[in-house]
Every structure is written in C-alpha cells, then in structure tokens.
Design a protein around this ligand. Structure first.
Ligand code: PGA
Length: 250
C-alpha cells in the first residue's frame, strides 16, 4: 500500500497580500516531524508570490478552483494552463462552497475534472452530504452520486492524480466535527465503492482526506482511523502553529 498522507490548508477568501506574506513566514518557521505531504491553497492573486516564497520549502502551493474551459471569453476566470504556467500542479475541485454558492453541479464538476487532468494537474475532489441527508440516512447515496457522476467516467490511469476529500457540509466551519467513527465508516464505504467500480489496488492507493472543523484537539483521533489519509483544513490552516500541530498529529 502506497497511500500518501496529506494535510492541505484551504485559505478560502482570506488573507490579503500582507496577511499572506505573514502567514507564509510563520509556516516556514514551523518544523514538521513526519512524512506528511503539506499543501496550501491561497487565493489566486497570492499564488505566484506564495510559490516564490516557498521555493525552498516542501510545502506545495495549490489552487482552490479551476475553470472547465481551456481558455476564452470567460471574464474573471482562471484556466488550468495559467495555473500550470506559474507552477501550480494541483487544484481543489468541488468544494461544497463552490457547489452551494456558485451552483456547481455534478456535470460541471466533471468538466472541471477532465480539464484539470488533461492539463496534467492533480485534483483534490471534494464532496459531502448535508445535515438533512444524514438525518434521513441518505448520506451514503448522496456521496455515491457525487463521486460516480463526476469521476466514474475516468480511466484507471487518471486516478493516480486524484485525491478525495470527504467534507460533510454540516461540519464545515461550524465547529461541529464528524466523530472519528462516522468518518471511518464513510471513508471505508468510499474505498469499497471505488474498489467495486475499479479494483483493489487502485482503491488501496487512493488518499482520502477528511475535512470539516479539523483542529489540533481532534486531528490525532481522526487521523488514527484506518481509511483516513489526512485532512483538508479550513479555519485552522490560517494559523501556522495550529496548522502544524494538525500536521504533526499523524
Ligand atoms: P473548516 O473548513 O476546517 O473551517 O471547517 C474545511 C473546508 O472547508 O475544507
């Protein structure tokens, strides 16, 4: 089994230039005690500076999103080739905030996935159920649909560029975390679901991250679960000390 352990910080629409500079300095001053791969996703405007600033660091700078088209008249949007040209090789796709506030559907996300992968980018593909789905015991169906509709058209070979992030919407930015048992139950369901569609080796090698109010106080327990390979961290990634406490919880 060669699953990578990954902790990725999603800065969302936080940190202007000066704040980003400060946070990058603070991140550089922290020490990592393990073999976890670290990623950060600043806003588009701060990507290039972050890459230059982290040139001597092993922290990878990734984007929070990418457009589904190669180029063209799409005012305000950013293409995969633009990202690649400044050294961004990984992008988040399908975050619940994109799904909710920007109406990103399964079909649109499928196009984004294809465009990113055909530009040789890696993707962190996010999905997660809402509270009502869990209350109605419909969460496994929702997750199956989110994964299959946007990813199951992919050939096996593309999956080495895919990282999954299970992020129950009810746990994002709410301070409410899924219990480690709930997380493990869902992650093992996802791995089995991928295994049924593809094969054992592919699903064993797939990193599945958990996201939703991960903090220094709960990271260790969540990361100790068999099928949890790391985290996608929002709020706590805005503080370098907390972020590294999470990274060092593995
Ligand atoms: P949170 O965000 O850690 O602030 O809950 C997680 C995410 O949206 O990736």
């Amino acid at each position: 089994m060669s699953r990578k352990k990954i902790v990725a910080g999603n800065w969302k629409m936080n940190n202007d230039f000066n704040e980003s500079e400060q946070l990058l300095n603070n991140l550089i001053s922290q020490s990592k005690l393990n073999d976890v791969k670290i990623m950060i996703a600043p806003s588009f405007v701060n990507l290039k500076y972050s890459i230059d600033r982290l040139k001597l660091s092993t922290i990878e700078v990734i984007s929070q999103d990418v457009h589904q088209s190669k180029n063209g008249a799409y005012t305000g949007e950013v293409s995969a080739s633009m990202l690649k040209s400044i050294g961004v090789n990984t992008t988040i796709i399908g975050h619940s905030e994109r799904r909710e506030y920007f109406n990103e559907t399964h079909d649109l996300l499928k196009l984004k996935v294809d465009n990113a992968l055909s530009n040789s980018m890696n993707i962190i593909f996010c999905f997660g159920e809402e509270l009502v789905d869990r209350k109605n015991n419909n969460h496994f169906n929702i997750i199956s649909k989110q994964i299959s509709e946007s990813l199951f058209h992919l050939d096996n070979k593309y999956w080495k560029s895919v990282i999954l992030a299970y992020e129950p919407v009810w746990a994002i930015g709410t301070g409410e975390t899924a219990s480690s048992d709930q997380v493990q139950e869902m992650h093992s369901f996802i791995r089995e679901f991928i295994c049924k569609k593809y094969d054992q080796q592919l699903s064993n090698n797939l990193s599945i991250l958990y996201g939703g109010s991960v903090k220094p106080t709960n990271a260790k327990e969540i990361f100790s679960m068999n099928d949890v390979d790391g985290g996608l961290i929002g709020g706590a990634s805005l503080n370098a000390v907390d972020f590294f406490k999470i990274i060092n919880s593995f």
